[in-house]
Structure formats: C-alpha cells, structure tokens
Write a protein that binds this ligand. Structure first.
Ligand code: CP
Ligand code: NVA
Length: 315
C-alpha cells in the first residue's frame, strides 16, 4: 500500500464544492485517484478506511454515484449505508441540523445527493464529520474530479487543453468551470440564451482562471465552442427536478446536439465526455457516444477511483 491516497493534509475536510480546494489540493485528489486505480488493477488491496462507515443520503435518483461510493467504500475496507430520503425522518420534517447532529454519532462521513446546495452546506455546518456533495441543483463536484481524471488519462496532461461544454449551464457545467480554472484548462460553454451558467459561479471561476492563465467563455454557437477543443462534453437538457420543462427544453436545445458533424469540427483526436445518464438521440447521438472518441464509460468507471480518493483523503 503506497500512494497519494495516504496523504493526511485533507483529513476532516468537507467536499462540497471544487471552489473549496486549491489547485494543489485538486492535484493531490487526482494523484490519489490514479494511484488507487493502479492498485486496484494490480490487485493490491488498500483498506485504509477499515472500520469506518459512510452514510449515503439520496433525495434524487442515482446509478453511478450510489454504486461507486458503495463499492468504493467496500474496497477501502469500510462500510456504506444507503439512506433513502423516502425512509429517513428528514422527509417528515426533522431538520437538517438535527439529522447532522444525530448521524455524526454513528458515522465517519456522509455523502448526500439532493436539490438545494444550502442543505448540503447545513449538514456540513451542523455536523463534525466530513460531508461529500454527491450532486445538488447547483454543483456536481465528485463528477468533475472523475471527468478531469479521465481527460488526463487520455491526453496525458491537463494544462493548456480546451474543453467545450455543449448544452445547459447546469450543475455539471458549474463544477467543470471551477475545476478547469483550477487545473489550467480553457473551457467554452455553448448554450441557448437563457441557459447560461450562474454568473456568480462563472465570476468565481474566472478569478482562478486569471491565476492559471486560462479563458472561460460562454457563447451561443456550438461550432464556435468546439473549434480547437480537446474534449467535448455534454449532459442532459433537462436535469433532475426540471421534468416539467422537458418539452420546452427539447425545442430550445435542438441546435445543441453533440453529433458527428460537431465532433468533426473539434481538434483531431478530441475525446467525448458525458456524465451519464444520456438521453441518446437528444443531447448526443448513438454514433458519437458509442464511437471511438467517446470516453464516457471510462469516465463512469473513474467515478469509482475518484470517489475512493475523496473518501480516503477526507475521512
Ligand atoms: N453521473 C451521475 O452522477 O450519475 P448517476 O445520476 O447515475 O449517479
Ligand atoms: N445535470 C444532471 C446530471 C445527472 C448526473 C442532473 O442534475 O440531473
């Protein structure tokens, strides 16, 4: 057992937003994720969280996040409990604060997927154990770490690369803006008017981008965004909680599909990323998602390694 995941500098920290971490800390998380992946492939056990427990609260659906955290905790020697918000007292009106003050008596960490970023922050504020944000309406920071890890694996570097995000300026786009700025990647988002990323998130990320010397841009033309891009990223047009807007969004986003024509305008050898689940035939075609440039399923796998890195370092 040897690797960056044994580092103790992040012990006790919450993982609520990429913006809470410095570029060096993101580097440490990435190194830990790469090391854990190598060890897993080599059959080297790494039970660094032996005897520890993670509670996983979900008020939204999940395939990847749930399974990768649960399996990841098992591989780290610990135990993970799935806490459906349908079944715990939070749903019946117990406050987030009382939930935090209770759960910290049993658990060593909490991962939560929910709607409001403020609930995740409250859980962290009222409890003393590390809280990991497994997606809110605003952010998806565990996803962004796995995404960047995947780009680094396929491109051999991060600094100076360009990512084009085609679609909604949503939670996934926000965390990507923040992480690209920290690791020195240019990022251009192409979205229809009215679907731009949150101006505060963009402004915050631009402070980091100025320090690393990269550009973060928002445009309306997908072809402009993909010019020279080393990575193309897309996500569903209607996120969880936006089901009622689906028909309207399908119309508004119709020009924003990642298809062979658009991919053809990116840099040669550009990789295609998607956080998944995909709505095939909407934001991305089968041809591209199943094509040779797609790394979406490596990206899904890397959620496991990235989540293990987060847990090993903060718990
Ligand atoms: N990408 C992602 O978070 O997937 P799940 O919703 O399946 O967890
Ligand atoms: N933006 C999507 C991501 C799902 C992983 C959503 O919030 O539904």
């Amino acid at each position: 057992m040897a690797g960056a995941y044994l580092d103790t500098r992040l012990k006790g920290r919450d993982y609520l937003s990429i913006s809470d971490f410095s570029g060096e800390e993101i580097r440490l998380l990435l190194d830990a994720a790469h090391d854990l992946k190598k060890e897993l492939k080599a059959g080297i056990p790494h039970p660094v969280l032996k005897g520890k427990t993670l509670g996983m609260i979900f008020t939204k659906a999940s395939t990847r996040t749930r399974v990768s955290f649960e399996v990841g905790m098992f591989q780290l020697g610990g135990y993970a409990l799935f806490l459906s918000a349908q079944d715990i007292q939070l749903r019946r009106g117990e406050t987030v604060g009382d939930t935090a003050r209770t759960l910290e008596r049993y658990l060593d960490g909490i991962m939560i997927r929910t709607f409001d970023q403020a609930d995740v922050e409250d859980l962290a504020r009222y409890g003393s154990i590390p809280v990991i944000n497994g997606l809110t309406d605003l952010l998806h920071p565990t996803q962004a770490l796995a995404d960047i890890m995947t780009v680094e694996e396929h491109k051999g570097k991060l600094s100076g690369l360009k990512l084009a995000f085609i679609g909604d300026g949503n939670n996934v786009a926000h965390s990507l803006l923040q992480i690209c700025a920290k690791v020195g990647m240019h990022m251009t988002i192409a979205c229809p008017p009215g679907y731009e990323p949150d101006p505060e998130i963009l402004a915050g990320a631009r402070v980091d981008a100025a320090a690393t010397g990269v550009k973060l841009e928002v445009v309306t033309d997908p072809f402009e965004a993909v010019a020279g891009a080393d990575g193309l990223y897309t996500d569903v047009w209607a996120s969880m909680g936006q089901e009622a807007e689906r028909a309207e969004r399908l119309k508004d986003f119709s020009r924003y599909q990642v298809n062979a024509e658009l991919l053809g305008k990116a840099a040669p050898g550009a990789v295609v990323l998607h956080c998944l689940p995909a709505h095939r035939g909407e934001e991305i075609t089968d041809e591209v998602l199943d094509g040779p440039q797609s790394v979406a399923f490596d990206e899904a796998e890397n959620r496991l390694h990235a989540h293990k890195a987060i847990m090993a370092l903060v718990m």
